[in-house]
Every structure is written in structure tokens, then in C-alpha cells.
Design a protein around this ligand. Sequence first.
Ligand SMILES: Cc1ncc(COP(=O)(O)O)c(C=O)c1O
Length: 400
Amino acid sequence: MSLAFTPSPNIALLRESVTIAVSQRAKALKAEGKTIIDLGAGEPDFDTPAFICEAAKAAIDSGQTRYTPTEGILPLRAAIADRAREGGGCAVDLVAQEVVVSNGSKQSLFNACFCLFGPGDEVLIPTPAWTSYYEMVQLARAVPVVVMGDPDHDLKVTAEMLAAAATPRTRGLMLNSPCNPTGAVYSADELREILLLAQSRGWWVISDEIYRRISYEEPAPSALHVASARDNLVVVDGVAKAYAMTGWRVGWTIAPRALSQAMTAFQSHATFHTASMAQHGALAAVTRAAESDAAIAAMVAQYRTRRDAGLAVFAGTPDLPLVHASGAFYFYFDVSAAFPGHAEPGSAFASRLLEEQGVAVVPGAAFKTPNWVRISYAAPERDVVAGVQHAIALWSDLKR
Ligand SMILES: Cc1ncc(COP(=O)(O)O)c(C=O)c1O
């Protein structure tokens, strides 16, 4: 008997990631022989530093190929706690038992949402935000509440804006600084005000700091070093972006002990631990600080050069609204003036840019801001410059 697939209520609201759909279309065009400048991917184009690869190879050669504890090997968790403690603030008494290592920070975020939120809960999401936040909150059967950022303030939200969106059912808040897709960075004062509000209202804060090391002006502050207490705080981080280790799948949460235990129990049934050799690579990344800091500084210097080169092109169109790109590796700009009255100007723009100019970018609809477009500059400088030039030429042409 053949059985037709009917989705369970668990995934009733699930949508395919728009970012993946764009990269698939770009791949299909490439397969047809077209030259594509890919500025869609949110992935470092650098190789993982060699000393990290060597550490993982050595782990395999020395037989570190068996199951590890669900929450990750103790030396890695201890090293993560040590480095977080260095920043002071409410991290000073952090211990390894408050760290859970997962299959990338994506799983860490999912674990936190799933273990903290449930039916009837509302979770505030400063928007635009990474597409998976909305889905993760919904998979926990909670309600994602869009809190639109202020376009005059780099699309960031303030404590007042969050307070205005809250209801008695508000249970948590997702923060992301530096932000994907905007590249905006919250200052310590901005972060402090939001954390104080969350503390006073009894909301959980999930602070996704995966881009924290990629910041071009001030160092991006961590919620751990700014918050007055961390009993309502989950900090999510990992090795993917700063260390160019996307394929290794190592991320982690830093959270109060009871929540860490619950997330460990959940993960033990869902995925168990992340790969043992990947954990040993991450251990080298986190403990060999001088080498990894130098490698990160070299990559950030290159992102900065590309950013500056792209910004020099944007400078020719001061009337194109562009978020100040101070962290991560994204430009975010508003193309609505090119498509007056269109429901999704960013999607129309991205589609024309790809089909006509061969430049892949991500429409802002992926981040619940359909007027906007994201360009990733985690790509060679010549591609970044050419891609931004094509984007600006198209925008200027359409706006005429
Ligand atoms: C804001 C944000 N958080 C988390 C992730 C997931 O990173 P990881 O590779 O550690 O799962 C991404 C990846 O694009 C991201 O942009």
C-alpha cells in the first residue's frame, strides 16, 4: 500500500529557506555554463587555518574517533568557559558545566528555542533577522513576534520598541549582533538597555554572537560582558564564521546550569554530540589563542578591505538607503524606490540581478523585510566590487 505524505502539525508552518532557494538557482545557472558572481552565501571563503586542521588530523590518528559526552569534551567546554571569563562582567564565575557544544550554532539556537519556549509563548525577534529564528520559534510551537528595526538607526531596535511589542505572553527575545543580514552592531549601551528590560520583565534572552569577532570599528560587545546577571541569558557562539570552519559543525551555548542540563538531555535524543574530531579542531581553535587571534585578524582585515571597496562604490549613490556596515560581512540596502508599489521589491531586484547580470544576492523577504537586499562580501574583492557595481547600475536604471 502506498502512503501519501501528510506533514505532521510539527512542521505545519515550516518554509524552505529562501537563502537556499537563491543559491540553488545560482547553481543551476552555473551548471548551464553561465558565469555567476555569488554574493549570496553567508559563508567565509577562506580555508580553515592549518593548525586547526592539523589538530583534527592528529585527533583521528590518535584514536579520538569514538563517542564523546553529549555536551562535548570537557577540555573544549572548559576552554570556552575560560575565554568567556576573560571578558569579565557576569561571566566571571562561568564554569564548563554551563557550556553545551552542538552541531553548529544553528543547533544551539534550536536547542535553546525548543527547551525554553512552547505553545502560547511569544518571542520577540528584532527584524530583519536571520531567517531560521522565525522557523525555530515556530517549530517550538511558540509565536515569533516581528519587532521592526528603525531604518534611521541601522534597522536596530531599542528597549522601548521591544517593550511596546511585548504582551503578558512574551517569554523571550532573540538578539543578534553583529547582525545577519544588516551588518549592524549594537553598542554596549544599546545592549545593556535591552538586557535590563529583559531582566526586569523576566524574559529569556538568546544572544546569537556568531559574528562577534567580525567587527570593523569598535569590538562588538558580548551580552555576557554587558548584562548585570546571566540567569535569563543564553549566549550562542561557535567556530563557523570567525574561524572559517562552517563545515566542521561546532557551536555552543553558554547558559545557566539547569537549562544546560535540559538542552543536553534534549540533544542526547536528537543528535547526540558533534563529531569528535571536529571538537578537537575546535579545541585547538579556542585554546591556541595567539594563533587563532592572528588568523582571525588576517581574515577580518580582508573583509574590511572588501567592505571598503564595496562602500566606495555605494558612495556614488547617496540616495540609496544602506545600513552602516560595521560587522559580519553583509551590505543591506533598500531597493523599494526602484519598484514602486511592488509587494516584494527586494525579490524582484534580486531576480533581475541574477538573471540579467549574473549576480546572486539574497532578497530581504528572507529576513522579513521585503524592500531590502543583502549582498555578502565574503567573496573576492573583484567580485564584491563588480557585484555592487551591477547592483547600483540596475537600481539607478530602474529608478529613472
Ligand atoms: C545569524 C546566524 N546565526 C547562526 C548561524 C549558524 O551558524 P553555524 O554554522 O554555527 O550553525 C548563521 C549562519 O548563517 C547565522 O547567520
